[in-house]
Design a protein around this ligand. Structure first.
Ligand code: ADP
Ligand code: MG
Length: 256
């Protein structure tokens, strides 16, 4: 198991945001986490990545507990994420956004950086190569000197994924990566995520609201409603699950 979540619970005042969630990811799997707005999906990510601390339950990453560790530490162990609302350094260039993410993994300390030792320069050169490499995989090399905030929306989403991958994760958590994209961009993003998964041998947990995206690409799905997992299974099973259809009632066209 890459990631094993058991009995995960988080309450905010009277709200049971996450209420006894079990979820496992085997190495290399791509699992979709779906559910109506407010069902607790993002909170699961916040708990796994150390942004907030669970009230109960366990989170094991490669057998090691993540509960109580800082977001930085969890990222260094090999778990990276993107956010529902894109988080970039909007005023920095595309290249600097990726560089900064890489720097969280540097071996040299502040002293060697200040003194510009040989090791510092060697690592800087290595990082520059990795950054260029990532940018070309993401087809962003021609935009590397552009300001991140000025990129088209779809490219900002890709840049955010590139930043997450710059930290060299084994598990990638994507929070609604297709939000705000047009159907054409969504199709490209799907292919892109599948390509990344192969290339970097990633294990991926994908939160998505657009059913077309998850149904087409995930091997398994878990559906949340009111903080609990109400269904799990293959995409075709989920599509016909009456509890799931009921949970989505009142929302726009769930299974397009
Ligand atoms: P989803 O991502 O499925 O839309 P969230 O995990 O964002 O759902 O939210 C689940 C519930 O928890 C919602 O009712 C939300 O308002 C609440 N919630 C999430 N984060 C916080 C927080 N930091 N403080 C208080 N309530 C929160
Ligand atoms: Mg959310």
């Amino acid at each position: 198991m890459m990631l094993a979540i058991r009995g995960l619970t988080k309450h905010f005042g009277g709200i049971r945001a996450v209420d006894g969630v079990d979820l496992t990811l085997a190495k290399g799997e791509l699992v979709g986490l779906i559910g109506p707005n407010g069902s607790g999906k993002t909170t699961v990510f916040n708990l796994v990545t150390g942004i907030c601390r669970p009230d109960g339950g366990s989170i094991l990453f490669e057998e090691k507990s993540l509960v109580g560790l800082s977001p930085h530490r969890i990222n260094r162990l090999g778990v990276a994420r993107t956010f529902q609302n894109i988080r970039l350094f909007r005023n920095l260039t595309v290249m600097d956004n990726v560089r900064i993410a890489h720097h969280s993994h540097l071996e040299y300390g502040p002293v060697s950086a200040l003194c510009r030792t040989g090791r510092f320069y060697r690592e800087e050169i290595e990082i520059q190569e990795k950054v260029e490499n990532l940018l070309s995989i993401f087809l962003l090399q021609n935009r590397k000197y552009e300001i991140a905030g000025s990129l088209p929306y779809g490219d900002q989403r890709k840049l955010e994924i590139a930043r997450a991958l710059a930290t060299e994760p084994r598990v990638l958590l994507l929070d609604e990566p297709a939000a705000g994209m047009n159907p054409n961009e969504v199709g490209k993003l799907m292919e892109f995520i599948l390509g990344m998964r192969e290339r970097f041998r990633l294990t991926i947990l994908l939160i998505e609201h657009q059913m077309r995206l998850v149904m087409g690409m995930c091997q398994r799905l878990a559906v949340m409603d009111f903080g609990q997992v109400i269904a799990r299974g293959l995409p075709d099973e989920i599509r016909e699950n009456s509890k799931v259809i009921e949970a989505y009632l009142g929302e726009d066209v769930p299974f397009e």
